[in-house]
Design a protein around this ligand. Structure first.
Ligand SMILES: NC(=O)c1ccc[n+]([C@@H]2O[C@H](COP(=O)([O-])OP(=O)(O)OC[C@H]3O[C@@H](n4cnc5c(N)ncnc54)[C@H](O)[C@@H]3O)[C@@H](O)[C@H]2O)c1
Ligand SMILES: [Fe+2]
Length: 397
């Protein structure tokens, strides 16, 4: 992966997009939050953040910007790195007690997923876990506005979670993480400002950036015809390959931060088509051991690529071209990804981040219940998932 030139002019200018949801992109757009709230007739939003973000400067800035626009707000910060159902219940309580009329979910995927999950269940009258459905969409929605207005503001790049309503939440009774969503709900605004990521530390820039890349790789590998998602996946890989090292190694490089946050946004579109075994295994590891999502994925990636890529030669060629690699063979693609993980200092095995070897059978069984398992390009048997999980724990590359 090389640092080919990014388009400075595009990445440093303001853009408004209406697909997949209304999106305001550009450095400094954050300052427009008061105006946007007024446009959407939001008067009393609940700001949802994760518990690690309370001291980050943009949270205070957000409250000041809202207050300057004469909009009152309150913060709900009880969201952990892998949001839990009891934390969503707590947020709903605060939302109702404060008579809030909207949610502003600001932060990484955890905060945005927390805010999204609260918005799904708080007014609709539908229990949280009914949004984890495989075929029957919950239709019995209460009232004319079952989902309060939702604004998503990403501060990592990232999950792409700002583009849609999907929320990953841990079911504390089952010790498993599931995807919640509803086809009629989506953010009214995604406010995507690369300046908010300038202070993201190098390790989180790398971990969240690799998560974005994996969204594009897994999404593109899903065997379905979805040209909108596939086009987004390839452009995501193009931008990430040009920006990730720069964003990690030159944290103040706003063009690279722009390339990463747009690459991540496009990755979020790409995986609306589906994901694969990296995410299926990672969700269950995250639910049990509360590991960082992007880091967990990054460690698992080589083991799953070794298993998935043979047979996907045509797709590998397109991804490899998008990433500006020179040799487009499967072996070379795997090697390039591994070199990237080395350069970004990703550990070799999950055991290095506190995941014990003896959990592999249990994690493998749970992974097969994840939606992403069924979307993987190869149907893995239980034995194969066990082997991939064990390899990811001991030595994935
Ligand atoms: N819904 C989706 O589409 C989707 C997709 C992928 C991942 N996810 C979920 O997202 C979560 C992971 O999100 P993430 O990788 O963004 O990490 P995160 O939201 O857990 O954030 C990680 C840490 O970074 C800190 N942080 C965030 N922005 C910062 C900034 N600008 N400067 C300094 N620190 C900052 C946070 O406070 C937190 O401590 C997982 O729960 C995962 O399941 C959701
Ligand atoms: Fe992810």
């Amino acid at each position: 992966m090389q640092n080919f030139k990014l388009n400075d002019q595009d990445l440093l200018s303001n853009q408004d997009w209406t697909f997949p949801t209304f999106t305001a992109y550009g450095p400094g757009r954050f300052k427009e939050i008061g105006k946007f709230c007024k446009n959407f007739k939001i008067t009393n939003p609940l700001i949802v953040i994760d518990s690690g973000s309370t001291k980050l400067p943009f949270i205070n800035d957000l409250q000041n910007l809202l207050s300057d626009a004469k909009i009152k707000s309150k913060i709900y910060s009880n969201i952990s790195p892998n949001p839990r159902d009891d934390e969503i219940d707590g947020g709903c309580k605060v939302f109702k007690e404060g008579n809030h009329d909207a949610i502003i979910a600001i932060g990484g995927g955890s905060a945005m997923d927390g805010g999204k999950a609260i918005s799904l269940t708080v007014n609709s009258g539908i229990p949280l876990w009914d949004f984890e459905f495989l075929d029957k969409v919950p239709r019995d929605l209460k009232g004319t506005n079952p989902f309060p207005k939702l604004i998503t503001i990403p501060t990592t790049a990232g999950t792409g979670a700002e583009t849609e309503i999907t929320a990953m939440v841990t079911d504390t009774k089952k010790g498993m993480k599931f995807c919640l969503w509803h086809p009629e709900a989506r953010p009214c605004l995604a406010l995507v400002d690369p300046e908010l990521t300038l202070k993201l530390p190098a390790n989180l820039t790398a971990w969240t950036g690799i998560d974005a890349m994996i969204h594009a790789i897994e999404g593109y590998s899903v065997p379905l015809f979805h040209p909108l998602c596939d086009g987004s996946a390839l452009e995501s890989l193009n931008l990430i390959s040009k920006s990730l090292y720069l964003a990690v190694e030159e944290p103040d490089n706003l063009v690279a931060r722009g390339g990463m946050i747009v690459g991540s946004y496009l990755g979020g579109v790409a995986f609306l088509k589906g994901l694969g075994l990296v995410h299926a295994i990672s969700h269950m590891v995250g639910a049990e051991y509360n590991t960082h999502h992007g880091l967990t994925n990054a460690i698992i990636l080589p083991a799953v690529m070794e298993y998935n890529l043979p047979g996907l030669e045509e797709k590998v060629k397109r991804m490899s071209e998008a990433m500006q690699f020179t040799d487009h063979s499967v072996d070379s693609f795997k090697n390039n990804l591994n070199q990237m993980l080395d350069r970004l200092k990703i550990p070799n095995g999950l055991n290095e981040i506190g995941v014990p070897e003896d959990c592999y059978e249990r994690i493998a069984k749970k992974s097969m219940l994840d939606q992403a398992y069924g979307q993987n390009p190869k149907k893995a048997t239980l034995d194969e998932v066990k082997e991939l999980t064990l390899k990811s724990i001991k030595k994935a590359r």
